[in-house]
Write a protein that binds this ligand. Sequence first.
Ligand SMILES: *Cc1c(COP(=O)(O)O)cnc(C)c1O
Length: 366
Amino acid sequence: MRPIRAELSTTALLHNYALAKSKAPNSQVFAVVKANGYGHGLDWIARTLRDADAFATLEIESAIKLRNKGITQPILMLEGFFGNDEIPTFVRYHLTPVVREHEQIKAIADAELDAPLDIFLKFNTGMNRLGLQGPLTGFAINTAASHRNIGAVTLMTHFATADGELGIAAQLKKFEEIVNSAKPAFTKKRFTQSLANSAAILRFPETHRDWVRPGIMLYGSSPFAEKSAAELGLKPVMTLRSEIIATQTLAAGDTVGYGATYTAKKKMRIGIVGCGYADGYPRHAPGSNERGTPVLISGAHTRTIGRVSMDMLSVDLTEIPHAHVGAPVTLWGEGLSVDEVAKAAGTISYELFCGVTARVPMVEVE
Ligand SMILES: *Cc1c(COP(=O)(O)O)cnc(C)c1O
């Protein structure tokens, strides 16, 4: 059997969830499981985190799947509904939409509903993707406070730079202004609040409020460029493993792989790993003479050599003489942070996780 597999650690996932909980002890935690649980498999994530306070996703099929699997906690739909005809489905499955357009509030108010809908009212405070802003926020807030079709209301925003130098100050200020302007409506209904993603949970306790929304930290990757997951106390959930399936000995001047982008400067030994871009390993991971991408072979650190091809990639085994065909390879995860690999490949862990393809078996481990 082809040796590639993604091992998923139950212990690590539960540990990271508990860490998110302990960082925001007075908040309820939405486990963010969009995009198939950041590529880890929605079923496994939901089964392992079945006692989470709540879940957040954005694909309606995923939300229905969670309900059919017996998840009864709140399910937040991070992009709400895309057409008003979806509103009855939200009511039927008791899903909580993010309401982000003035027309959406009107559509909920105008609908004939069997039961009121809990909503998250999203405000655009600077990310400039989704959310209400300007004079229309007042109408949305008042309708949310008083209309019979609307149940619990949470005021929400999303930070663009919680992980970086710019921080959250400007967006938080805008959010507070909106909350203050909405104060008169609070006499009719208590509104809760939700602001923090992983970076804000770890860095800005003042953003925790009623509900936090950790995604990437649950999967054991750091939201910060300058602070490692290990330093944050996070444990890798996914370890992408394979094996050496062949070795080659190169003479000085020999090249490796498509495009001959790596040239041996002296005699060297290389290994061929059963993993390529059709498994989700990034094709742009560098493997030139100047720069490689980190890989772990039999526990020893080495680097990729030449271009990543569809089903294979090559690694330098010159300093690992005991590594032969069958030697274990870690592409990322336990012992080699996904963040290091992502950085070398010019991307982020989120993209690597989401990119793992369907042909890679997912295997649960302790
Ligand atoms: C994806 C997402 C999150 C989780 O972000 P992380 O950086 O993975 O913690 C939180 N809130 C919203 C609105 C999201 O779309």
